[in-house]
Design a protein around this ligand. Structure first.
Ligand code: KIV
Length: 297
């Protein structure tokens, strides 16, 4: 069974050691996970960091966007993931409106992700003045913060859909200055989502902290992908995601086989069955006054 694959050993990946990978030019590997079982498997596969993404709104909860995801949804998922992980860096997404209302609320909610959720860092979208203040405040409080620019799904309505960002000079300049501002505020890394590869490469060269790309080309310091996209569990596959295995087909096939076995009386077999002394069962039936009832097979 895959769950028994021995884990990759090594020292705990930290925000600091992740940053050091930029200097070593070894690309950073990050993937989302939302529960204990998948977090264990991806840690065992030897990746560097897990993002407990608010993409769980779509992948796990069946919403149309990340907007309905609550702090409780994120806390439950983050707690399960951090319980599973011994080595990787666990970064928790701050959900919509958990940090956009006020500085105090943002600080408190991010603190819950660390203290109650067990995350090692949080991720915030955008670079508004409030977000930058939070990046500064959290960093000063000892909470590593990952920034996220380009396609920021919590602003999907303002952006007019899930589409490539920073495609003209003004938007590209804004993205460059947002990245510099996030770095100056103390962000330890920045996610670049759905921007042209040429721009992502220049941002990566400009920043001293790592860039983690998703739909931003090969020139970033690392890549992040959604678990369900990589493993063929998503109904809609984004263009930037490669499907490494078709688990949907494997799961449907396994469940069809199980259903057919149950219907044919071929499951359970002796291997999944335990037995008792017939006299004991007869005595139990007598004790409830139903010694006349026969076995149903
Ligand atoms: O929620 C998420 O999965 C993300 C990644 C797409 C970066 O934010």
């Amino acid at each position: 069974m895959s769950a028994q694959i021995p884990p990759q050993r090594g020292p705990r990946v930290t925000a600091k050691s992740l940053c050091a990978l930029k200097a070593s030019s070894r690309p950073i590997v990050m993937i989302t996970a939302y529960d204990f079982a998948s977090a264990r498997l991806v840690e065992h596969a030897g990746i560097d960091a897990i993002l407990v993404g608010d993409s769980l709104g779509m992948t796990v909860l069946g919403h149309e966007s990340t907007l309905p995801v609550t702090l409780d949804d994120m806390l439950r998922a983050t707690t399960a993931v951090s319980r599973a992980c011994e080595r990787v860096l666990v970064v928790a997404d701050m959900p919509f409106m958990s940090y956009q209302v006020s500085y105090e609320e943002g600080m408190r909610n991010a603190g819950r992700m660390i203290a109650a959720g067990g995350a090692h860092a949080v991720k915030l979208e955008g670079a508004t003045s409030l977000t930058l203040a939070l990046v500064r405040g959290l960093s000063e409080a000892g909470v590593p913060v990952m920034g996220h620019v380009g396609l920021t799904p919590q602003s999907v309505h303002a952006l007019g859909g899930y589409r490539l960002q920073a495609t003209d000079e003004t938007a590209a300049a804004k993205l460059l200055s947002d990245c510099l501002a996030l770095e100056a505020a103390g962000a330890f890394a920045v996610v670049l989502e759905c921007i042209p590869a040429e721009l992502a490469e220049r941002v990566t060269a400009l920043l001293s902290v790592p860039t983690i790309g998703i739909g931003a080309g090969v020139g970033c310091d690392g890549q992040v992908q959604v678990f369900h996209d990589l493993l063929g569990l998503s109904e809609r596959q984004p263009r930037h995601a490669a499907r490494y295995v078709d688990l949907s087909a494997a799961i449907v096939n396994a469940v069809e086989t199980y259903a057919a076995d149950v219907r044919a009386g071929a499951f359970p077999t002796e291997q999944q069955t335990t037995h008792a002394d017939v006299a004991m069962v007869t005595a139990a039936l007598e004790a409830v006054g139903r010694s006349d009832s026969g076995a149903h097979t």
